[in-house]
Design a protein around this ligand. Structure first.
Ligand code: GLC
Ligand code: MG
Length: 553
C-alpha cells in the first residue's frame, strides 16, 4: 500500500467487484439474484482475486428503480434474504480475506418509506414534511410544478401530491416520482443517517458506496435552472468558466459538511481485519476538478472517475484524463479510482465496439470482435494504473450489452418516463451465465428476471474457466500479477516517449504497460519480459488494440 496513510488503507490499491444483486446469482430459485446466491459464488470471487465486493441496494423496496428506492435502510428485502443471512454473508466474505461494502442511497427514499408516508399524512406545514421538499405549485391553482428542474429519468422533477387535502402541493424527485428527495438541510435527516451508518458498521460492513453523492444538497430557494426568456441555463457567478458553478442541486458546497460528519463516524470504527471503514462516492456531475473536494482528508476515500469511463478509445484523450485524475487526487492525498462500467452504463465490449465518427443519423456500426479486443486491452490498462479499480460483474466474462431485450421485459423506469423512447439500463443488468446449460445458464433454478441471449452459454464461467485464452482467464491472471508486481509500487506514473497511437506508462522503473491503439503493430521494448498480453503478439511486436505488461530486468 502507498500514500503514507498506513498499511491498513486497503482500498488504495484494491480491486473491488460490483455485485448487482438482482442479476448475480439466484440461491432460492425465484429468478432473482439474492444473498444466498452471492454466498454460493464467494469461492469464484476469491479465485478471481478481488479484494472487496460492493453489493448494490439490498434493502426492502418496491423496486421502482431496481432497489435504489429504499423503504427501510436497516433491513433486507425478503426477496434477497434477511438480516441474519446478510450478517452471515459479511462473516463469510471476511473469512475469505475480502471486504464487503454496501450501497447507501441518501439523496432520496422510496415513496413507501415511513418517513414519506408520515410526511404525506401530517399535511402542509408540518415538521414531518420538512424531511422532503414539498412546495406549492406555480401558476393559477398551483397547477404547474414549483420550478423547471427536470428529472434525470425524464419529465419534470416534481410530482403533485395525490388525493385530497392539499392538491396545491408538489414534491421534488430528481429521479423517479417513487423516489422523493430528502431535505438534507433538516438536521433530523442527518441524524437518521448517522444511525443507518452505525447500524451497518456495527454489523461488520466495511464501507459504503454513496449513491448520487453530488445531489444531496439543494439551493433552498429552489431557483429555476433555465432563464424563462432565453431558455439558457440561468446565469450565475462563475458560469462560463464552468456550467456547474453554483448549480441549484449538483455538486453544491453544503454536501461536504455531511461527508465530514460521516467520516468522523467511520473513523470511530476499525474493520475486522484492522483497517478503517471507507466510502466511495458516485458523483457524475461535478465542477471542473471537483472530485478532489470529495476526497479531502476529512471526507471520502474514493470517488469514481467517470471521466475515464466516458472517454473514447483514443490514446491522447485517455492519457490526459489519466494524468488529470492522478494529479488531482494526489493533491488531496487520495488514491486514483478507475471504473470501466457499472449497472448504469453500456457494457464495455459494446461501447468500444461502436465505431466513432459514424455517419450522422445512422446507428453507429457495431463490431463486437473489435469491442472485445479493446475491452481486453482496457482491462490490462486499468488494472495497471495506480489506485483502485471497480470491476462490474460480467465484464470479466466479456459480456456485451443486451440490446434486443423484448419491450415487455424492460424494467428500467427510464423506459416508461421517456415515453418508451429510451430503452434504459436493463441491457447491462441481464443475469450472469455461470454454466453452459440449464434454464438460466446456472444463474438459478428458474427463468431469470431478464432473458439471457442464446449466445451466452459459451461465455459462461464454466466455459471460460479452463480456457487460457478467455476473458475470465485474462482477468484472473492480471489480478494475480497486479498483486505480485504492482501493489506497493506507489502511485506515480511516468510517460516515456512513444510513437503515435501508443499509450505507454512506467510504474516504479521496471514495470511498463503499453497499449497499441494504432492500426499497425509496434515493436515492444527489447530485453523486457512480457508478463501478460491482452491478445496474441506478432513476434516481437504488439498488434493493434492490444495491451502488454512488461518487466525490465
Ligand atoms: C445512481 C444509481 C442508479 C440509480 C440512481 C438513482 O445513479 O447508480 O442505478 O438509478 O442513482 O438512485
Ligand atoms: Mg432469488
Amino acid at each position: 500500500m502507498t500514500g503514507g496513510r498506513g498499511e491498513a488503507e486497503w482500498w488504495r490499491d484494491a480491486v473491488v467487484y460490483q455485485v448487482y444483486i438482482r442479476s448475480f446469482a439466484d440461491g432460492d430459485g425465484d429468478g432473482i439474484g439474492d444473498i444466498e446466491g452471492i454466498a454460493s459464488r464467494l469461492p469464484y470471487l476469491s479465485d478471481l482475486g478481488v479484494d472487496a465486493i460492493w453489493v448494490t441496494p439490498w434493502y426492502p423496496s418496491p423496486f421502482a428503480d431496481g432497489g435504489y428506492d429504499v423503504a427501510d435502510y436497516c433491513d433486507i428485502a425478503p426477496v434477497f434474504g434477511d438480516l441474519a443471512r446478510a450478517e452471515a454473508l459479511i462473516e463469510e466474505v471476511h473469512g475469505l480475506g475480502m471486504r464487503l461494502i454496501i450501497d447507501l442511497v441518501p439523496n432520496h427514499t422510496s415513496d413507501r418509506h415511513p418517513w414519506f408516508t408520515r410526511a404525506l399524512a401530517a399535511g402542509v406545514g408540518s415538521r414531518e414534511r420538512e424531511w422532503y421538499w414539498f412546495r406549492p405549485g406555480s401558476g393559477p391553482g398551483g397547477d404547474a410544478p414549483p420550478n423547471d428542474w427536470p428529472s434525470v429519468f425524464g419529465g419534470p422533477a416534481w410530482e403533485r401530491v395525490a388525493g385530497d387535502g392539499d392538491p396545491t402541493q408538489w414534491f421534488l424527485h430528481l429521479f423517479a416520482p417513487e423516489q422523493p428527495d430528502l431535505n438534507w438541510a433538516n438536521p433530523k435527516v442527518a441524524e437518521a443517517f448517522d444511525g443507518v451508518l452505525r447500524f451497518w458498521f456495527d454489523r461488520g460492513v466495511d464501507g459504503f458506496r454513496i449513491d448520487v453523492a453530488n445531489a444531496m444538497a439543494k439551493d433552498p430557494a429552489l431557483p429555476d435552472l433555465f432563464d424563462r426568456a432565453t431558455g439558457d441555463r440561468a446565469t450565475r457567478a462563475g458560469d462560463g468558466d464552468d456550467r456547474l458553478a453554483d448549480h441549484p442541486y449538483w455538486d453544491r458546497d453544503e454536501i461536504h459538511e455531511t461527508f465530514r460528519r460521516w467520516r468522523r463516524i467511520a473513523d470511530s470504527y476499525r474493520d475486522r481485519l484492522g483497517g478503517p471503514k471507507m466510502f466511495v462516492a458516485e458523483a457524475w456531475q461535478v465542477r471542473r476538478g471537483g472530485l478532489a473536494r470529495y476526497l479531502r482528508a476529512d471526507e471520502l476515500h474514493n470517488a469514481f472517475n467517470f471521466e475515464f469511463l466516458a472517454t473514447a478509445w483514443a490514446p491522447d484523450v485517455m492519457r490526459s484524463v489519466i494524468d488529470r485524475h492522478v494529479s488531482m487526487v494526489a493533491a488531496v492525498g487520495a488514491g486514483p479510482t478507475w471504473v470501466l462500467s457499472n449497472h448504469d452504463t453500456v457494457r464495455v465490449v459494446t461501447r468500444y465496439g461502436r465505431a466513432p465518427g459514424a455517419t450522422a443519423g445512422k446507428e453507429p456500426h457495431l463490431d463486437l470482435v473489435v469491442g472485445l479486443r479493446r475491452a481486453r486491452a482496457a482491462a490490462l490498462l486499468t488494472l495497471a494504473l495506480p489506485g483502485s479499480t471497480y470491476l462490474y460483474q460480467g465484464d470479466e466474462l466479456g459480456l456485451a450489452e443486451v440490446e434486443d431485450l423484448p419491450d415487455e421485459a424492460l424494467q428500467d423506469p427510464i423506459w416508461r418516463r421517456s415515453g418508451r423512447t429510451i430503452r434504459g439500463r436493463d441491457g447491462c443488468r441481464v443475469p450472469l451465465p455461470w454454466s453452459e446449460d440449464g434454464p438460466s445458464l446456472g444463474f438459478g433454478a428458474a427463468e431469470p428476471w431478464l432473458p439471457q441471449p442464446a449466445g451466452w452459454a459459451r461465455l459462461a464461467v464454466s466455459a471460460q474457466s479452463n480456457d487460457p485464452g478467455s476473458m475470465l482467464s485474462l482477468y484472473r491472471r492480471a489480478i494475480a500479477l497486479r498483486r505480485s508486481h504492482l501493489v506497493g509500487r506507489g502511485h506515480d506514473i511516468v510517460w516515456p516517449e512513444t510513437g503515435p497511437g501508443v499509450l505507454a506508462f512506467d510504474r516504479g522503473g521496471s514495470f511498463a504497460c503499453v497499449v497499441n491503439f494504432g492500426t499497425d503493430a509496434v515493436a515492444l521494448e527489447r530485453g523486457a519480459e512480457v508478463l501478460i498480453a491482452s491478445g496474441p503478439l506478432d513476434g516481437p511486436n504488439l498488434p493493434t488494440d492490444t495491451a502488454a505488461w512488461l518487466i525490465r530486468p
